[in-house]
Ligand binder design. Sequence first.
Ligand SMILES: C[S@@+](CC[C@H](N)C(=O)[O-])C[C@H]1O[C@@H](n2cnc3c(N)ncnc32)[C@H](O)[C@@H]1O
Length: 336
Amino acid sequence: MRAITERRELSSIAYGFIASKALFAALGVGPFTHLASGPRTTAELSHDTGIAASPLQTLLHALSAVGLIVAEGHSYTNAPACQRYLAQGAPDEFGEYFRLQLGQQIYPALLQLDAGLTGTGAASDTFADLLSRPDEARTFTAAQHAGSRGAAHVLAKRTPLGGARTMLDVGGGSGALSIALCTRNPRLRAAVLDFPAVIDVARTYIDEAGLGARIDLLSGDAVHTPWPADQDVVLLSYLLSALGATEIDMVLAKAYTSLAAGGLLIVHDFMIHDDASGPASAALWFLQYLAFRGDGISFSAGALSGRLRHHGFTPAETEVLIPDTTKTILARKASP
Ligand SMILES: C[S@@+](CC[C@H](N)C(=O)[O-])C[C@H]1O[C@@H](n2cnc3c(N)ncnc32)[C@H](O)[C@@H]1O
């Protein structure tokens, strides 16, 4: 990332949180969906959303100023990315991920970031604490499902699993990745391991996908619950970033034990560049975990591959999955 030089660039970072909130508020109010079918005036959007014209106009000015919508005369249209990703019902829609997880959970939790940095407190004792509450688990998991579906599809398409029959999806959330991988690999059976309140939510998504007979659900804390053995594949998607340094090593050791000889570990997670020059979204995602736990760390693919080797794995392939945000590492347990 280029070092900033201008005062207005500083302001843009400082005001960025208001822009984020404008986006989350708009997702709650609904202009992106109402603009999906064509231009609307403020009065029409006021009628559509039930928000009084005056505050709505102020929101629309802000959305237009940051490029989320476009003013044309007295009407507004969606910016292309909002049309594609934020209008409800759009094929690539994932606005619920922003609205629910970022807007309703991460945004308020960040008030605790300073305390997390100084070790004087955290938003929840741990992630486990937040996700032990059924309402929070439902909100988080519904949002994550919306956010993970696209990545799951790409991962399943480009990761040949050969004749793999068993897969353990640890911290599997809604089961979005297991659903995609089982759909793509008809002989694969998966088990999703996650906290009990999350597993209750995952059941709905897996049943909806018609995969209840091929995806088992295991409730527990990944760090302490025993994992099934002889797995052909272990999948860790966004789990390691949610853990502290010691727990990461505990989980990698368990992954090695759980895999059959020659088995495949798939890690999908935020990763910064090896020279730590970015990308911003990965680095910021790691940072937000400090609001939840003081022992969170950030890692690059190189650093994580070093840890994997330390645990006996042979990391083979690193690829970007979500550009500027996440990568996958495929690593093998040695064959006998
Ligand atoms: C960001 S979500 C990712 C979910 C899913 N893997 C995906 O990619 O869509 C992280 C998941 O890890 C789970 N998780 C975090 N720490 C865990 C732990 N110690 N034991 C079990 N699950 C855990 C959370 O409950 C959550 O469902």
